[in-house]
Design a protein around this ligand. Structure first.
Ligand SMILES: [Zn+2]
Length: 333
């Protein structure tokens, strides 16, 4: 990385938001960057933290040369703090927020601003959230708190209301596909489109899914679902065979298919959006009653939200139940 290159830059589709933000005369002391997973919120927050800390930013760009920029590049800036769960998927605990409060109370070591990035904000447990509220209620001068969240509705309303909320969205499909073509040049346009669909249009999520091997996992799951419907495989066999598939992905995929089923059922669609199920879903749609389908969707959404909320679930039991219910959709009329 050359000296002039900024360390982090917002995604190109967030350029207008970035321009509007960095040309303001004054910045509030607390932000909440909200939006779907993988639209580039964290990248935006990190770029904004760099910009806030740079001693001579030129418009929307950091100078890349001041002492702050050098420290940021080295990853040793003493006035920048990142708070995240100790382990991915775990809670942010009150100890971490107390450390944050201490950091906010002390004087900036470089004599300028201090910035805290807290990610993902919904991972704070209740004690941590209450501790954070104290810091928000007593802001320190020249100190900025940047919260990042996929699920802002799960934050305490009192936290949300003390932050400037900036909702960051996904780009239009064409821009997302262009960006993916640059990031994943080894894949075909069809593969980019399939990943983007799986990622609900969020480009960074699409890259993450590619890294997880989601295309192969999904093909395996689709095969399994077909085998289940033909009674060639049982629910326990599949729950076992899918042990490597992240639960969040499974819940998302069943939600996507269910949405297709509902749209086929109501005539809103003639062929499924999810083309890897283009035979199965129309077949199912003809045989399932709308009320049964809606009941199932309710169950699915409730359990998806429990999975996303990191509820302590028995994975095997959940999957077996899900698969049995899925199969029974066509039996109950
Ligand atoms: Zn600088």
């Amino acid at each position: 990385m050359s000296v002039d290159e900024p360390r982090a830059a917002p995604c190109p589709w967030h350029e207008p938001v970035w321009q509007a933000l960095t040309t303001r005369a004054r910045q509030p002391h607390a932000f909440l960057f909200a939006g779907s997973p993988g639209v580039g919120k964290r990248q935006f927050a990190e770029a904004f933290a760099d910009w806030l800390l740079c001693q001579q930013p030129a418009g929307g760009a950091v100078c890349g040369q001041c002492r702050s920029c050098q420290l940021l590049r080295a990853g040793t800036h003493p006035d920048r703090l990142l708070v995240e769960p100790e382990e991915e998927g775990k809670a942010i605990r009150v100890d971490a927020v107390r450390q944050l409060a201490d950091f906010m109370a002390q004087t900036a070591q470089q004599g300028g601003r201090k910035v805290v990035i807290l990610h993902p904000a919904e991972a704070m447990n209740l004690n941590a959230a209450n501790a954070l509220l104290k810091s928000l209620e007593e802001p320190t001068a020249e100190t900025y708190l940047l919260l990042v969240s996929d699920q802002p509705s799960r934050l305490l309303p009192t936290i949300r209301s003390r932050c400037q909320v900036l909702t960051l969205t996904a780009p239009a499909q064409a821009q997302a596909l262009d960006w993916l073509a640059q990031r994943l040049p080894q894949l075909s346009t069809e593969e980019h489109a399939a990943l983007l669909l799986m990622a609900a249009g969020a480009p960074l999520r699409a890259v993450q899914l590619q890294e997880l091997g989601a295309t192969e996992l999904r093909a395996r799951v689709v095969e399994g679902v077909k085998a289940l419907l033909k009674s060639e495989k049982s629910a326990p066999q599949l729950a076992d065979a899918w042990s490597a598939v992240p639960l969040e992905l499974l819940m998302d995929w069943f939600c996507d298919w269910t949405l297709d089923l509902l749209r086929l059922k109501t005539g809103a669609l003639e062929t499924p959006v999810n083309s890897d199920m283009d035979k199965v879903l129309p077949y199912m749609a003809q045989r399932v009653a709308t009320t049964t389908l809606m009941e199932w969707q309710g169950w699915l959404l409730e359990h998806r939200s429990m999975v996303l909320g990191k509820a302590n679930l028995n994975r095997v039991l959940l999957l077996e139940t899900l698969l049995l219910r899925w199969k029974q959709l066509m039996e109950k009329r």
